[in-house]
Design a protein around this ligand. Structure first.
Ligand code: TMP
Length: 213
């Protein structure tokens, strides 16, 4: 039996990590077999690449170098974790996937869509989620939340390489995501992430129940 592939997307501070965990609890309570994973990451190699990508020491990274690092992490993740889990009939919940590349490396860093598509074919065989929850909110609200979270969790050095980008960068990321949602409305469901967490949770569950039997 083929499984289900669900991804969560959104700008920094949109609350997707909290929501994906709540969704995993919800599905587990209903005896679904789930795999919760994330990008970049999800494998040993992916976690190592993640450190390189997020480190503020690598501020001088060029957009194509960045793209290939995401692609390398994704290839390992798809082969080692995602495809085997789907083959076993599991529900894969992925905190970011290829739409993040379209939004960050495409819309924000301005790498061409054709090139991104070719790279995605090589890295992931063009794999797409069955459903994507896009948690939407204005960049300034998201960034404020991300900074407050860093403060709470006492993350040393505070922001990562992306959180240090200007607000305009994050607005372009948001626009990039909304464009994907306009182009693929049956796959990508936009959820208003400025709503209280419990309303967001209910909205997410509503969407999931349409495809989870
Ligand atoms: P996270 O903070 O949601 O774990 O994501 C890590 C950062 O990586 C976030 O700033 C978005 C960025 N990113 C990309 O730029 N391209 C990608 O393909 C992915 C998966 C993430």
């Amino acid at each position: 039996m083929a499984g289900l592939f669900i991804s969560f997307e959104g700008i920094e501070g949109c609350g997707k990590t909290t929501q994906i965990r709540l969704l995993e609890d919800f599905l587990k309570l209903r005896s679904h077999d789930t795999v919760l994973t994330r990008e970049p990451g999800g494998t040993r190699l992916g976690d190592q690449i993640r450190k390189i990508l997020l480190s503020v020491e690598n501020r001088g990274m060029f957009p194509v170098a960045e793209l290939f690092l995401y692609a390398a992490a994704r290839n390992q993740h798809v082969e080692e974790v995602i495809r085997p889990a789907l083959k076993d009939g599991k529900i894969v919940l992925c905190d970011r996937f290829a739409d993040a590349t379209t939004a960050y490396q495409g819309a924000a860093r301005r790498i061409s869509g054709d090139f991104l598509e070719q790279v995605h074919k090589m890295a992931a065989g063009g794999l797409k989620p069955d459903l994507t929850i896009l948690m939407d909110l204005p960049a300034e609200v998201g960034l404020k939340r991300a900074w407050e979270r860093n403060e709470r969790e006492k993350i040393t050095g505070k922001e990562d390489r992306f959180e240090q980008e200007a607000i305009e960068f994050h607005e372009r990321v948001r626009e990039g995501y909304l464009m994907i949602a306009r182009n693929e409305p049956s796959r990508v469901k936009v959820v208003d992430a400025t709503e209280p967490a419990d309303s967001v949770r209910q909205r997410v569950v509503q969407e999931i129940m349409k495809i989870v039997k």
